[in-house]
Design a protein around this ligand. Sequence first.
Ligand code: PLP
Length: 392
Amino acid sequence: MSRLIYIDNAATTRLDPDAFEAMKPFLLEHYSNPASVYSFAQESNQAVEEARAAIAGTLHADPGEIYFTAGGSESDNWALKGVAQLKRKKGNHIITSKIEHHAIFETCHYLERHGFEVTYLDVDEYGRIDPEALKAAIRPETILISIMFANNEIGTIQPIAEIGKIAKEHQILFHTDAVQAYGHVPISVEELGIDLLSASGHKFHGPKGVGFLYIRKGIALPSLIHGGAQEHGRRAGTLNVPGIVGMAKAAQIAAEKMEERSQKETKLRDYLIQRIQKEIPYAKLNGHEKLRLPNNVNFSFRFIEGESLLILLDQNGICASSGSACTSGSLDPSHVLLAIGLPHEIAHGSLRLTLSHENTKEEMDFIVDKLIKIVKQLREMSPLFEDFEKGA
Ligand SMILES: *Cc1c(COP(=O)(O)O)cnc(C)c1O
């Protein structure tokens, strides 16, 4: 099997070749520690500050509001634990949703073990939170609202502007995990009323192991990583200069080409959705038809195990993902699919296809053609499907 079709861009993306070119000099020539005093360190220090300004520009933020981290998970941990510590005197209540990434979920669980209370808002059948339910959940001791911008499994985009408005009215800080959204949809922290925002380089064709946290000016977020005085004493550790430069380059390209990429991806996405809906029976699209990321497709196929589907797709060179929490070694269906109301057995037969601007229509056809055969083959082996067909 020589052919490889990569359609798992929510898991990670391919490094943009131009981002790679931008990184190279900072690995081989300008390898200095940007914190050093000699002039040789100027090159890398300047590159980091240019990267900071470039990223700030994409969000309509100030450079001083961008803090570099080691990725989305660190940014999420820092935002939640930082606000918890900062606002502890005011209160101990945090509001989030039932469909957050594990980096938010597990941090909330950690905070619950340390005296904080967390409300996990329900979502509707499309995965959207209800702003009225958010308002109703606010208490005098609420210190933080953390709602993801767009979901990593079903692509649903949240009513971020409304959430930002509610947070502001109640003088509560608003954090959003924008790891799936940043670089893919336009974001203005000003217009949307966002106080803290997490992003990760490798989700928008930048390198892995580098990300950032936007922290609105005036929020004295305490450090998560203690040590040296980097990042205004708020995030210790020698800066990952090549990573930061590569991420900023990818961010600039993503911003410049957002319209073009998004149009292309949306077209491929909708083509994929339409073909699957037309040609595979008992398939349900998960997430919202319109309010979803341009690159996300998520289906549940009845009478099928997502894991078997993935193995057979892999045998055909197709890299996709399922709704099972396979990374944790458990076969529990995804908390996101359960939260949108799917019964266990249907959530188990889920498939996530997340494309990029590099995918082609021809690849979409290859995927659907294989999928038709695989789904049929798996259903033929299913005693449940046999019973269902007899009954039907
Ligand atoms: C990937 C992802 C993360 C984690 O980012 P890393 O850089 O891999 O740590 C957090 N939140 C969401 C929504 C993600 O998709």
